[in-house]
Design a binder for this molecule. Structure first.
Ligand code: BES
Ligand code: MN
Ligand code: ZN
Length: 495
């Protein structure tokens, strides 16, 4: 999809569809007013008829509007003018895309003209771009007839002349984030017989080639040599060989400490011997969404060529029951030397992440953020809106929370208090891999924290946010917007 920034009169734009905003109470936006005058009150008449009142995300298509070059005008409701937020703005953009008549290939938006509290042209334009691409996503289904791409391929964003430079930068950022989200969604949506650890390794190599990242895909023998007994314990139940993927983008200043992103890459989670119930088990193909979000964020970083050092670390394997599988009661020795009593083989994410967190130490990172579909308990606690955030450093937590707010990919901080740690006590090893039902997402984070003592660390539990169930089943591309925005802000600060 191609985006272009233009300024000038909306009525002169040659486009299949000109998108114009209307506020609740039949109040016209500036562009709507302007066109209304040229078109002998055509818009006012439509509103008077009651067909459209300006309710948020309502839409109406008008044809043959006098005085405008565009083939059609799409009126979109913006809700109450005084209450307009960026969130509403994004909803209106999404509604416009969903309401496009079949086959519309190019559109022009006038919407960035509206004023929104605590927003600016750069924010509005990048949200418009990201939302537009997100709303035109077509699931990469494997069908006899390959799903066609959305027909929309040209989008014009109308801005004031003085806003052009800021809007151009915003388009680049919005597009980069959207491209990263797309990769993350695609990988999540692939079936687990295709999206294996080996496949993820190949995707990482492809990305590295495209953007000039350094890449290593370590195999089982190399992982053994590193002493990752915890990671290998999970992998041993599957015939699919495990991989440890390491990506590096080195465009920061020399000697600048990197940010490390660590992603959980369980390509299928059956639960292992502590087998999950059968219903909806197919959704456990999404248990690699942490890994996919690291790859997606690297794509965005590569597109933006961010002046920053970033490392991506992805432990990836299946969690299967078999004659070789881990058993409840087994004791594993992690790379850090801590021994772990496996009380439940379904708490496998923390077992592969702990060794990856130890591996991260060698990069002397300025911060480590791990991303994982880690616990069902996090979904119970927070639902599907925010990701759960845990951190051993409040200023890092604040940075991530702010990046989440800014990118509309929010996180909510959860406690990581010492009081919870004793739930992980074990009679037979240094630590148990589960801490009972109470505070399940917190004790999972506590487990990880034992392996993240040497650096500033944060953990994002994305079990509730990485994909949607039901009719719109599929990956969401989250938290690529949060992570990319966090890295953009770090790059700005490092300048
Ligand atoms: N991948 C799951 C977490 C999960 C569950 C994500 C449902 C999304 C939806 C994880 O490996 C897991 O099974 N966690 C267990 C931990 C428990 C055994 C302590 C869980 O949440 O039930
Ligand atoms: Mn599990
Ligand atoms: Zn899992």
């Amino acid at each position: 999809m191609e985006f272009s920034i233009k300024s000038g009169n909306p009525e002169k734009l040659r486009t299949d569809c000109l998108v114009v905003g209307v506020f609740e109470g039949r109040k016209l936006s500036d562009s709507a007013k302007h066109i209304d005058t040229l078109a002998n009150k055509a818009i006012s008449e439509v509103l008077k008829s009651g067909d459209m009142e300006g309710k948020l995300a309502s839409t109406l298509v008008m044809h043959h509007v006098a005085g405008v070059t565009a083939t059609r005008i799409l009126l979109v409701g913006l809700g109450k003018q005084a209450e307009l937020t960026e969130r509403h703005f994004r909803q209106a953009v999404r509604a416009s895309i969903k309401a496009l008549p079949k086959g519309v290939q190019n559109i022009a938006f006038t919407l960035t003209e509206v004023s929104i509290k605590k927003s600016d042209i750069q924010s509005k334009a990048s949200h418009l771009v990201e939302t537009t691409i997100d709303a035109t996503y077509v699931v990469n289904a494997i069908k006899e007839k390959k799903p066609e791409d959305h027909p929309l391929d040209k989008v014009t964003v109308l801005v004031e002349k003085s806003e052009t430079a800021a809007a151009e930068l915003a388009v680049k950022q919005g597009q980069s984030i959207a491209k990263g989200m797309r990769l993350t969604k695609d990988l999540g949506n692939l079936p687990p017989n295709i999206c294996t650890p080996t496949y993820l390794g190949e995707q990482a190599k492809k990305l590295a080639k495209e953007y000039g990242f350094k890449v290593e895909v370590l195999d089982k023998a190399q992982i053994e040599k590193l002493g990752m007994g915890s990671f290998l314990g999970v992998a041993q139940g599957s015939l699919e060989p495990p991989k440890l993927i390491v990506l590096q983008h080195n465009k920061g200043k020399k000697n600048q400490k990197p940010v490390a992103l660590v992603g959980k890459g369980i390509t299928f989670d059956t639960g292992g011997i502590s087998l999950k119930p059968g219903s909806d088990m197919d959704e456990m193909k999404y248990d690699m969404c942490g890994a996919a979000s690291v790859l997606g964020t690297f794509k965005a970083v590569g597109e933006l060529d961010l002046p920053l050092n970033v490392v991506g670390i992805i432990p990836t394997c299946d969690n299967m029951p078999s004659g070789n599988a881990l058993k409840p009661g087994d004791v594993l020795t992690s790379m850090a030397g801590l021994t772990i009593e496996v009380l439940n083989t379904d708490a496998e994410g923390r077992l592969i992440l702990c060794d990856a967190l130890t591996y991260a130490e060698r990069f002397e990172p300025s911060a480590v953020v791990d991303i994982a579909t880690l616990t069902g308990a996090c979904v119970i606690a927070l639902g599907h809106h925010p990701s759960g955030l845990f951190s051993n450093n409040d200023s890092l937590a604040k940075e991530l929370l702010e990046a989440g707010e800014k990118s509309h990919d929010r996180a909510w901080q959860m406690p990581l208090w010492e009081e919870y740690q004793s739930q992980l006590d074990s009679n037979f090893a240094d630590i148990a891999n589960i801490g009972g039902r109470a505070g399940g997402s917190i004790t999972a984070a506590c487990f990880l924290s034992r392996f993240a003592k040497k650096y500033d660390w944060a953990h994002l539990d994305i079990a509730g946010t990485a994909w949607k169930s039901g009719k719109e089943k599929g990956g969401t591309g989250r938290p690529v917007p949060l992570l990319t925005t966090f890295l953009i802000q770090r790059a700005d600060k490092a300048k």
